[in-house]
Design a protein around this ligand. Sequence first.
Ligand code: ZN
Length: 208
Amino acid sequence: MSEPVSPEELVTAGERLAAESARFAALGWMRGTSGNLSLRLRDDPLRLAVTASGRDKGELRGEDVVLVDGAGAAVPEQPNPDQRPSAEAGLHARIAAVAGAGAVVHVHVLSPVLAAERWPDGVRLRDLEMLKGLGRSAHDDEMVVPVVPNSQDMRELGDAFEAGFDPATPALIVARHGLYVWGRDLAQARHRAECLEWLVSFRLAADR
Ligand SMILES: [Zn+2]
């Protein structure tokens, strides 16, 4: 058993999540309070700091954060009892557990959703320099970003994610919804999300 997360530690995590959220909001990827970010704070049992639900993601404060368990539910000993997690925290927790991610980014960015509409069996990307940003090769390597149908049931979404999980592909598109990307920390997760958005936009524009 690891140490409980203190209120101070949670607020520090919330400040980091707020700073990252502001960057995504500035890109127009977290419109109308959509999207959420999470940061792994403990492994055993799993504990994630997740951005609070219903807040403008360009104006989050360090206090706008919730501590959730491995199912994405607010932990009983919640340091921030006034905040509630998004239902989507359940998929963050599943991704953190299955992929071993240190941070998960979920944004409602348009191009991956458009790409999923065109390629519902997965978005294929190859022979592009930006693939290196996702830890892949720029030549002779094909990354297929999985697409799963949208659902309000996080267990169903999590099962679909896990069924198609490839450790070498740190991204998932939820059709008609948005994008999940993960990494060892928030910076890597954002860099990967930025590169993936470029790759998918290229594919949409080039592959008419
Ligand atoms: Zn969403």
